[in-house]
Design a binder for this molecule. Structure first.
Ligand code: TXA
Ligand code: MG
Length: 325
């Protein structure tokens, strides 16, 4: 199941799939030129074919293998790549004909990012082809931030998993659509709307926090997504947590409590640092799932900086149990 970097390169070159680490979350990878492998990604994840994949490239010079770059779009892409690549930013661009329609779910645009993780970068160098990779989780479940998460949820279906340690960021990349007249954020991430608007010196349209299932712009952004198996409820950080205590209940705090008054308390960081919370949240939800709780109550951070992306993921994760939706 676990394999070396060279074995993963061999698998990808032979038209198979492999799970690879990135700085955001683990990805389930295939060559963009291997249609059967791309099909396999969708079937292994149980992902609907209407939900397009992200293409990973080594650097800006590869962009032009996949996307049509002209005028305003080129200027925007150059500025963003210079500032944020390699790193957790995905750009939506007009696609070149060589990009398989299966991969883009029939769209005329393609999502492209340049990952920062050294192992992924080494694999790109060795394969010398762009690599399609969605997050390596069963569709709708919490994204994997450790190789063991992939092994646990998809290990029976994925022969090659490269263990590159814990993903540094822990949340999926920010997705920015730069093809439209107005630049739009389709998914918040570690790179914030302010970072992007400061870089482009343009007004940016905010992502729609909950997008409907049939939304054609970003079909992967379902209202209900990233859900753990344990019933998840979101609570305010000022709520008195003792009201949520119970034998079958877990409580997730943003930071270590001063005194541990009740049992089944977990925390996402020592002192409430948002980057640490982002890094830990998906792992925490998977840990809770491996225990025997019926419900989990999780505090939500302020909506500033990466806090917005954390709240976006938490709100989707809790959507199926939210009353009066
Ligand atoms: O950090 C990440 O982006 C990770 C790592 C593995 O790179 N990948 C990831 O992929 O999160 P995935 O498939 O779980 O999420 C990709 C999202 C989906 O919501 C999909 O709908 C959207 O990107 N997407 C892909 N192509 C698109 C396009 N042409 N237009 C709009 N949205 C697109
Ligand atoms: Mg995903």
């Amino acid at each position: 199941m676990y394999c070396t970097l060279s074995e993963a390169v061999f698998a990808l070159k032979s038209g198979d799939i492999a799970a690879l680490p990135t700085e955001t979350v683990y990805g389930l990878a295939a060559s963009i030129f291997e249609e059967d492998a791309i099909r396999k990604i969708f079937s292994v994840k149980g992902r609907p074919l209407i939900d397009p994949l992200i293409v990973h490239i080594l650097d800006f010079s590869w962009l032009d293998r996949c996307a049509i770059l002209e005028n305003k779009i080129l200027t925007r892409a150059e500025k963003l790549a210079k500032k944020f690549w390699p790193g957790p930013l995905t750009m939506i661009l007009p696609k070149k004909p060589c990009i398989n329609d299966l991969l883009t779910a029939g769209k005329q645009t393609v999502a492209i990012r340049c990952p920062a993780h050294e192992i992924f970068r080494e694999i790109l160098k060795k394969t010398d082809f762009p690599i399609a990779a969605p997050s390596a989780n069963p569709f709708g479940y919490v994204s994997p931030t450790k190789a063991s998460h992939v092994a646990k949820t998809l290990g029976d279906k994925v022969k090659f998993i490269v263990d590159g340690g814990e993903c540094k960021v822990g949340l999926e990349s920010t997705i920015v659509d730069i093809c439209s007249n107005k630049v739009r954020i389709l998914r918040p991430g570690a790179i914030t709307i302010d970072d992007i608007s400061n870089c482009l010196v343009e007004e940016i349209e905010q992502y729609k926090s909950i997008v409907k299932e049939n939304d054609i712009d970003c079909p992967g952004q379902l209202a209900q997504h990233y859900s753990p198996k344990t019933q998840l409820h979101l609570i305010d950080k000022n709520d008195d947590v003792s009201q949520f205590c119970g034998k079958k209940n877990a409580i997730i705090l943003l930071q270590r409590p001063v005194n541990l008054s009740t049992e089944n308390i977990f925390w996402l960081s020592e002192a409430g640092d948002l980057n640490t919370i982002a890094h830990t949240i998906f792992d925490m939800l998977q840990t809770i799932d491996s225990m025997d709780f019926e419900q989990v109550f999780c505090q939500t951070p302020d909506n500033t900086g990466i806090g917005e992306a954390i709240n976006d993921r938490l709100s989707r994760a809790a959507a199926k149990w939210r009353k009066n939706r």
